[in-house]
Design a protein around this ligand. Structure first.
Ligand code: APR
Ligand code: ZN
Ligand code: ZN
Length: 361
């Protein structure tokens, strides 16, 4: 029987989001119906609303979520009703060229639900990142559900579904930071602070947080930054070099997605080190720099897609570390809000007042 639930949609470009009735089909083969318990508000949700990702309105927003499996379709064995799960947008296919080469974290054909959620008049909804989780119940591919320890509060667990995993993974998977490295993180929002946490977890010796907002730099220290730089006041490249014996950091993680901060990352990195771009640029952005520097400074320039995570491998490991008190993921939850508070949460996010607002259902 189709479920009739409340969900947050972006009906058209630039318009405020609204809570409306969403019809969710019962799970078919390979699908799972999940009762959402918590879902974080991410920049990507706002980008959908603003038309920055596509034009397939209406969008069902929300994608950083955790909840309980309510029902599964035929052939689903990986999860069962009652399981506490984090939703992910990397349900690996096992068959694409990346999967066949043993690099499933790059999977190019990730799975989503086949059936569509709709409005009451039958209008098909486009779920954000193939999930759509600002809704009481959502329909996903079973592979989008990763079972974790139910002792983790849902508002904390859900964060691993997107931004926090992106930052943690940029440090521990993409770079990867190893014990004794010096690391700088440019941009200390939710993603950058997660990168700081990841660098600490991996055993970095020096962790330098760079931002233009003093409040963000204070938070960065709470996540493990050993030094901070206000790059409005101080040249970040020179200061990173000073803090690393004149050399630059072994790893610099750019968590904003802008050309000028990417160049700070590039020049703030030691020769033959690693730059990781986890911030997402916009289509109009261009990079200009002497090509010779890219040769002469050697090393690796990487991009991190979703922290190069493998949900099945990384989510249970990270939630276990949280439960052991070794990964303070709860510090990312700035506030919990109701389903009808997504629009004000976007405004707080834009003003930089929160790391994450999390909708509790
Ligand atoms: N120099 C230094 N810091 C800056 C600059 C700048 N020129 N511009 C912005 N910042 C800082 C902001 O002050 C903020 O602390 O970058 C941080 C960005 O954080 P958030 O806006 O909270 O964004 P976050 O959720 O962390 O995501 C960062 O990663 O996944 C992507 O789409 C996401 O591109 C975005 C990036
Ligand atoms: Zn694949
Ligand atoms: Zn996201």
């Amino acid at each position: 029987m189709t479920s009739r639930v409340r969900g947050v949609i972006a009906r058209s470009k630039g318009e405020p989001v609204e809570v409306t009735t969403v019809l969710v089909p019962d799970p078919g083969p390979g699908e799972a119906l999940v009762a959402v318990q918590a879902c974080g508000v991410c920049h990507t949700d706002l980008h959908y609303r603003e038309g920055g990702i596509g034009d397939d309105y209406p969008y069902l927003l929300g994608h950083e979520a955790a909840g309980v499996v309510e029902a599964v379709g035929d052939g689903v064995t990986s999860v069962a009703p009652g399981d506490f799960v984090i939703l992910n947008w990397r349900a690996v296919c096992g068959e694409c060229r990346a999967c066949r080469r043993g690099r499933p974290w790059y999977c190019f054909a990730t799975h989503n639900a086949q059936q569509k959620m709709t409005l009451e008049d039958g209008t098909v909804l486009s779920p954000a990142l193939g999930i759509g989780a600002f809704v009481d119940k959502t329909l996903v591919a079973a592979g989008q559900c990763t079972k974790v320890d139910p002792a983790v509060p849902p508002e904390v667990a859900g964060l691993l579904g997107c931004g926090v995993m992106a930052g943690l993974g940029a440090a521990i998977n993409t770079a990867p930071v190893t014990r004794g490295d010096s690391v700088a993180v440019i941009g200390c929002g939710g993603v950058g602070d997660a990168a700081i946490l990841g660098a600490r977890l991996a055993g970095a010796r020096t962790i330098i947080g760079v931002d233009i907002d003093p409040r963000k730099l204070e938070w960065a220290k709470q996540f493990g930054a050993t030094h901070t730089i206000n790059s409005r006041e101080t040249d970040p490249v020179e200061r990173i070099q000073e803090l690393t014996g004149g050399n630059g950091a072994d790893v610099v993680i750019e968590a904003i997605g802008r050309p000028e901060t990417y160049l700070q990352a590039f020049y703030g990195r030691d020769l033959a080190g690693t730059v990781v771009l986890v911030g997402v640029p916009t289509p109009d952005m261009r990079l200009e720099a002497p090509l010779l520097d890219f040769f002469g400074r050697g090393g690796a320039l990487k991009s991190s897609w979703y922290g190069d995570c493998l949900p099945e491998r990384d989510f249970p490991m990270l939630t276990d570390l949280y439960l052991q008190g070794r990964l303070p993921l709860d510090k990312f939850v700035s506030e919990t809000i109701a389903l009808d508070q997504v629009e004000p949460a976007f405004a707080k996010m834009e003003r930089g007042e929160v790391l994450r607002s999390v909708v509790k259902l």
